[in-house]
Design a protein around this ligand. Structure first.
Ligand code: DQA
Length: 151
């Protein structure tokens, strides 16, 4: 059975403020601008890219669970929950598709409390420090893999 041609991109707390939140760290693109570019890349490759954001940890856990049978790949910027959430770690371990942890900044160059990730040991790949463009690079790669039947 072929995998669903859907990718979900989950975004955690305060990422709804992109564009105005600490632009020297996160840049000036809004989350909607990033989402639109990723959806367009997906459209060209015949993949549906669903972009979601919540400040609520439980909602992110629910979305990971919903993605289990409906998507082939999952990209997550868990934002601050990266550094605290065992619940998101556990939900990700239950997700069978390809999963990517993504951060706009390189958190290892920042405060020490950002050096620990509960997400990293539960995913296949980690992308950090490429700015907002990191999202597009990941979607582009996933689209290629989908076209090649690798996803
Ligand atoms: C972030 C890094 C996290 O440490 C921070 O809490 C965020 C954004 C990033 O994308 O660089 O909210 O995940």
């Amino acid at each position: 059975m072929s995998r669903p041609n859907k990718v979900v991109v989950l975004n955690g707390p305060n990422l709804n403020l992109l564009g105005t939140r600490e632009p020297e760290i996160y840049g000036s693109d809004t989350l909607e601008m990033i989402a639109e570019r990723c959806r367009q890349l997906g459209d060209r490759a015949g993949i549906e890219v669903r972009f979601l954001q919540s400040n609520d940890e439980g909602k992110i856990v629910d979305w990971i669970q919903e993605a289990i049978n409906t998507t082939s790949a999952l990209v997550i910027n868990a934002a601050a929950y990266t550094h605290t959430s065992v619940a998101i770690h556990d939900a990700l371990r239950a997700y069978p598709g390809f999963k990517v942890e993504l951060h706009i900044s390189n958190s290892h160059l920042r405060e020490s409390f950002r050096h620990v990730s509960y997400v990293a040991p539960a995913v296949d790949a980690v992308v950090a420090g490429l700015g907002a463009r990191g999202y597009e690079h990941v979607i582009d790669l996933l689209a290629d893999w989908f076209a090649q039947g690798k996803l």
